[in-house]
Design a protein around this ligand. Sequence first.
Ligand SMILES: *Cc1c(COP(=O)(O)O)cnc(C)c1O
Length: 401
Amino acid sequence: MIVKEAKFSTKSIWAGEKDSLAFGATQVPVVHSVSYGYEDMDEWYEVAIGNKKGHIYGRNTNPTVEAFEEKIRILEGAEAATSFSTGMAAISNTLGTLLYPGDRIVSIKDTYGGTNKIFTEFLPKQNVEVMLCDTGDHEAIEREIKKGCKVLYLESPTNPTVKITDIKRMAKAGKAMGATVIVDNTFATPVNQNPIDLGVDLVIHSATKFLGGHADALGGSVCGTKELVERIYHYREINGATLDPMAAYLLLRGMKTLKLRVDKQNQNAQAIAEYLKEFDLVEGVYYPGLEEHPHHDVAKEQMKGYGGMLSFAVKGGIDTVRHLLPKLKYANRAANLGCVETVVGPARTTSHVECTPEERAAMGIPEGLIRYSAGIEDIEDLKQDLQQAFKALPKNMAVRS
Ligand SMILES: *Cc1c(COP(=O)(O)O)cnc(C)c1O
């Protein structure tokens, strides 16, 4: 048993695995079996109705998946956890469990693009009223919460302009109105932020990103109170967005190095954010670790590190982006984030591809905004890479000052 007092990196390595080990193996096996056999009809029945621990059918539970759930539960300091095939499945199943026709949800305009689509396209069709407030406008969010809401849904830092919401303050306002308060903690990771300590009910992750960390497996998780997580688990076991055991294994393996990776990504992102300010062609750098970030103080209060994600806007918009990004040697130009390699991409092609240019403009996302997910490469190589890419731009685009 992992001791409660163990530090984060110790927990990330040891926590949650013991019950899933077999044959004296030191590593959790990938159990591909779809079902579990019982010779004793009474024992089978006891497991099936939940009176006895065990597994019945892979859509409901699986030993490899359970180890993943237990690890994230312990890292987030939650009572319970369940898992999903993707981060979006975690979000849609959670909202599907909690919201009924006639309910009202309050959230922010800057949630992940897919989440924003649930708010603008799917929930209204189910007669759920959605109120999206300006991200970071705490008074406006509080006003809307006071009008009554079943769910308060937050994300901090946000994608792609890394805005910060005061989670403790908003959770207090939400709880006072009897709302279920949810935070998407994907960008921060449990290394940098523990929303449950800040008063929220449910913490969601796209495990596809930092938790897995190697961009080779999709998954999602929800952590929170036993009562809520059991209801969400029930919704998922019936609706079927189950995490695959092979993906669970890869995520589990990735999570063992979570602290090492995220500490390095925090450092690299901070250094890159500061470095980018030196370039004439960069007209804005967005990173909560910069003192000039509008919510730097809130971030400092509620986060242990500022995260591996930043973004920056270049002069000349998408035309400059088109020239600059292909010149980077140590970066994948791709839609994912949070992995060991540095990943870059225009926001209009990645996080907010589902949105129209007008919708992006309304969210304050310039067409020339580049999202930068810092990897764990050597910082000197990453800086030099940016410098050579800026230098190699056509002469009519500004060069480094
Ligand atoms: C990627 C992402 C999601 C969706 O996760 P998938 O695993 O791609 O479904 C949700 N929220 C945030 C903040 C994300 O970055």
